[in-house]
Design a protein around this ligand. Structure first.
Ligand code: DGL
Length: 273
């Protein structure tokens, strides 16, 4: 099998917020998207389980011919990426690569001259890991990072409640303490949150920058591909995207198409445990 694909892994639908930008900003590649919807939410799981599930997901995507996998899920990036890169890859796939999303997002603000106070929202597991503070402070120790876990948002989004007034109320409650701390930028540290970005931007106000994580990850992938010709990932004229979910296809399609803003045609239900 040709190893000419790029995998995108998320615990559910959230990673579509990243895939959307990869398709438009880094075209010319075959993307394979895997959502482990059956075992979501990862944000409530132990680091050991998150690592175990992620290894199974990586095994599946590499077996489909991926040369590189983007771990779109912040929870996995925060809790398991280091072990995936340092233990799992050298042992199983020494010539392949796995990238996360936290470093590119942290880097975006590290050298921003006007921003000194950054807010981060994420799942319980992401916030508990301290991964965003660590990465940001490693890059620029003068920045202040305020974090808040917002665990109700993922189940609301996965169940199609993104536009409900109840979700807006919960968002307001979650974001108030960060506004009080006078953050100047807010990192959406969970792949699901960009689906609420309109409401989030409205609640925090124009003065707080809320960048689109997918855009930043796409820019960083583009640079990475330039720097790693050994992966042999060459842009093609004819490309395709395939989708895999560990849960129900119909609900993945129904909710996913809203998020992706395009049709999800090529989709299969798989078992990875
Ligand atoms: N997609 C995950 C993230 O980016 C969160 C969803 C979950 O809890 O499984 O953190």
């Amino acid at each position: 099998m040709k190893n000419n694909k790029i995998g995108v892994f998320d615990s559910g639908l959230g990673g579509l917020s990243i895939l959307k930008y990869l398709q438009t900003d880094v075209p010319g590649y075959h993307y394979l998207y895997l959502g482990d919807n059956a075992r979501l939410p990862y944000g409530e799981k132990s680091p050991e389980d998150i690592y175990k599930y992620s290894c199974q997901a990586m095994d599946f995507l590499f077996a489909q011919g991926c040369a590189l996998i983007i771990v779109a899920c912040n929870t996995v990036s925060a809790q398991a990426l280091r072990r995936l890169q340092q233990e799992y890859l050298p042992l199983n796939y020494p010539h392949k690569k796995i990238l996360g999303v936290i470093f590119p997002l942290a880097e975006e603000f590290a050298n921003h001259t006007k921003i000194t106070r950054i807010g981060v929202i994420g799942t319980k597991a992401t916030i508990a890991s301290g991964a965003y503070e660590n990465e940001i402070k490693k890059l620029n120790p003068n920045l202040t990072v305020e974090t808040k876990s917002t665990p109700l948002l993922v189940p609301l989004i996965e169940n199609g409640w993104a536009k409900k007034p109840e979700t807006k109320m919960i968002l307001k409650k979650y974001l108030r303490p960060l506004k009080t701390k006078q953050i100047q930028a807010l990192i959406l540290g969970c792949t699901h949150y960009p689906f609420l970005s309109k409401d989030i931007r409205r609640i925090v106000g124009k003065k707080i920058i809320v960048p689109d994580p997918g855009k930043i990850v796409a820019k960083s992938l583009e640079n990475y591909l330039k720097r790693h010709p050994e992966l042999n990932l060459k842009p093609q004229t004819k490309t395709s995207t395939s989708f895999f979910t560990t849960a129900d296809i119909d609900s993945f399609k129904k909710e996913g198409e809203k998020f992706l803003n395009s049709k999800i045609e090529n989709i299969k239900k798989i078992k990875i445990d």
